[in-house]
Every structure is written in structure tokens, then in C-alpha cells.
Write a protein that binds this ligand. Structure first.
Ligand code: DCB
Length: 344
């Protein structure tokens, strides 16, 4: 009797072992798993199939992470200490290096590029994914600095294209009445993608969409062809954008393109007001349902409600912030990323 019971236990534990291995669930939301493997070691080279982001083994994955603030303003946080701390304390799987082009960014001060390369090198060392974000904003038409973008991304692809950690975001938020998909963003994207692909055959390239990366439905009606591993950005601010934008996302998905939320905030679209926790949770459920990756805006201590640090919190750029140095939004997002708040 005892023997049969033991046998039964053995069979049961073997079965649950097989089941948990094949499900992969326990590890999917971890930056480093319980065996010490980083997310890049586990997922490897990412790829896109239809609307889905897949790991090297062909399984759908959802990444979650944090965006820097404008690197020309708070570049001191784009370093290995902070990124390591976010990986380990926040369970961050992806870091976005937001390099503004205008507003005192790369175009007038090219030295800010070192904040991007520091970010990429830290991410490679730490085994997380990293987005190089060409952060157009007040320069709403990406064609204004297309030549500089082609040069910049050629260099980045040449230097880092062989690492699976890298993701290119080629135009943060095209905007302006005359900045259309067909007339402006798509031709720009085709030029920059060609330059990247000449040097990096496979890393993901994310293309911004008109109206501050909201018109994903329009991009989906005429997607970029001839290249693999292309995704499109969808950005939302929970206090401003709701079901109408989700509807646009669903139209885009039904047309077959893959979306990546490279920037989203718990505030209104200004980066301030709120925190809109209920609305953010609703968005995260929506993204989880469609398995869409997201990145939270942003790591700043300037005191705006979307920022994850409390106003004036430590500026030394070492990380290790205590709870009282985090903002309301920071505490809220941290719990979600640590899987302490369940997204249903
Ligand atoms: C995006 C931008 C991002 C911007 C945030 C919040 O802009 F990608 O750069 O960040 O969303 O507005 C903000 C910072 C502020 C800073 C300002 C200018 O949080 O501290 O002063 O950049 O550098 C959006 C997003 C959506 C919409 C409009 C903007 N929208 N926008 O839907 O109307 O105009 O900046």
C-alpha cells in the first residue's frame, strides 16, 4: 500500500514537472529566473510572426519595462547601476533609451549618444532587452532629420546589430496635421529600415505611427512590406486615451500587424495629472489579452505624475531608491512589474 502510494506520488510529481516545463509560465514574467538565467538567455533572438512577438523557440512573449526620461535632461540614470537595480528590484525585462532629437537632444548636442551606447552596453551585460528610441516630438515629421537618422541607425546597427538584446525604435511619435502615414512616416521608415537591414538582418524594428503613435489602424491598412520583424508603436496615456484607442489597436491587429507599446503613462497625455490607476490596469489587461509588450514612461524625478521617482529624489544616478523616493505611479508600476499586482 505504502509502495503504491509512493509510486503514485512519483508519477504525479513527474507529470507536474512535465506540465510546468511545457507551460513556461513561471518564468515568462521574470527578468532573471530562479536558475539565474536572464530574459535574453531564455528568449534569445526575438522575431515577429503575424501579430505576435515570439522568442527564439517560437513561443509568444510579452516584455515589460521602463523608459528613461529625455536623455538630454536626465541622462545620469542611463547607467549600469540603475539598469541593474531596475532589473533586479523591478523585474525589468527591457529598458528604453529615449534620445530626443530636438529640445536640446541629439541634433544640437550629439554627445547625448553616449547615454544610448551606455544603455545598450549595460543591457548586453545584464541580459535584458534595450530599445534605442529616436525620440522625435516637437519635430513631428520624421523626414526633417531623416538623413541624421539613417546615419545614426547605421552606426548603431553596425556596432550592436549582432546582439539579440537590441530593438530599434525609429521615430517615437510622429505628429502634426500634415504628417501622414503615406506621405511622411512610411517613406521615412522604408529609408531607415533599409539602412538598418543592410547591417542587421534580424533584430526587431519598431515604426512610430501618426498622431503621437496612435494611428496604428492607418499603418495597418498599408504596412511596410519586404522586411521581416517589423512592429508598430502604439502609445497611450491612461488619463487621456481609452476604448477608442483600444478599438484602433484591435483594427490594426485584425489587419495583421504586430504592435508594441514602447511608451505608456499612468497620467494624462501631458505626462501630468492622475495617477489613473484603474484606467491603467484596464489597459494592461487589454495588452495582456493581446500579448502586447509595454514600457512605462518614465524614470524622472522632475515631479510629474507619470514619473516613477518622487520629486527631487536622489539625483546621483545609482538607483536603489527606497519606497519613499518613488512616486505614486512608481510604486504602482513597480508592484505590477514585480507580479505583486495581478493583471486579469
Ligand atoms: C509623449 C512623448 C514624451 C512626453 C510624453 C508625455 O508626448 F513621447 O516625450 O514626455 O508623451 O507628454 C513629456 C514629458 C514632459 C516634457 C515633455 C516635453 O513627460 O516632462 O516636458 O515630454 O519634452 C505626447 C503623447 C501624447 C500626446 C501628446 C504628446 N497626445 N505631446 O495624445 O496628445 O505633445 O508631448
Amino acid at each position: 500500500m505504502r509502495k503504491t502510494f509512493c509510486c503514485l506520488l512519483l508519477v504525479l510529481s513527474a507529470l507536474t514537472g512535465i506540465l510546468s516545463c511545457s507551460k513556461d509560465d513561471s518564468d515568462t514574467r521574470l527578468s532573471v529566473d530562479r536558475w539565474g538565467k536572464t530574459v535574453v538567455e531564455r528568449y534569445g533572438q526575438l522575431k515577429v510572426s503575424g501579430t505576435q512577438l515570439l522568442n527564439a523557440a517560437g513561443r509568444p512573449v510579452q516584455l515589460r519595462g521602463v523608459s528613461s526620461f529625455g536623455l538630454q535632461y536626465e541622462g545620469q540614470y542611463a547607467n549600469e547601476d540603475v539598469i541593474r537595480w531596475l532589473r533586479d528590484d523591478w523585474n525589468m525585462q527591457i529598458w528604453r533609451a529615449a534620445m530626443y532629437t530636438a529640445e536640446g537632444g541629439y541634433i544640437s548636442r550629439s554627445a547625448v549618444k553616449s547615454r544610448v551606447t551606455d544603455s545598450v552596453e549595460a543591457a548586453i551585460k545584464l541580459g535584458i532587452y534595450v530599445i534605442i528610441d529616436w525620440h522625435i516630438l516637437s519635430d513631428g515629421d520624421p523626414r526633417i532629420y531623416q538623413k541624421q537618422a539613417v546615419e545614426f541607425f547605421s552606426e548603431m546597427a553596425e556596432r550592436y546589430g549582432q546582439y539579440p538584446n537590441l530593438i530599434y525604435e525609429i521615430c517615437n511619435e510622429p505628429n502634426g496635421r500634415d504628417v501622414t502615414w503615406a506621405g511622411s512616416v512610411k517613406p521615412y521608415a522604408e529609408a531607415v529600415i533599409a539602412a538598418i537591414r543592410a547591417r542587421d538582418p534580424d533584430n526587431i524594428i519598431i515604426v512610430g505611427t501618426p498622431t503621437w503613435s496612435q494611428d496604428v489602424d492607418i499603418a495597418a491598412a498599408s504596412p511596410i512590406t519586404g522586411y521581416e520583424n517589423i512592429m508598430y508603436s502604439l502609445h497611450f496615456y491612461a488619463g487621456t486615451h481609452g476604448s477608442a484607442l483600444q478599438r484602433k489597436a484591435e483594427i490594426a491587429l485584425s489587419r495583421g500587424i504586430a504592435l508594441f507599446v514602447t511608451e505608456c503613462g499612468t497620467s494624462q497625455a501631458t505626462g501630468n495629472d492622475g495617477v489613473y490607476e484603474a484606467e491603467t490596469l484596464q489597459w494592461f489587461s487589454f495588452l495582456q489579452k493581446h500579448n502586447i509588450s509595454w514600457i512605462n514612461w518614465s524614470l524622472t524625478n522632475k515631479g510629474e505624475s507619470s514619473g516613477i521617482l518622487a520629486k527631487g529624489a536622489d539625483r546621483t544616478g545609482k538607483g536603489h531608491w527606497t519606497d519613499s523616493e518613488l512616486s505614486q505611479s512608481g510604486k504602482f508600476i513597480r508592484k505590477i512589474m514585480r507580479n505583486e499586482t495581478q493583471i486579469k
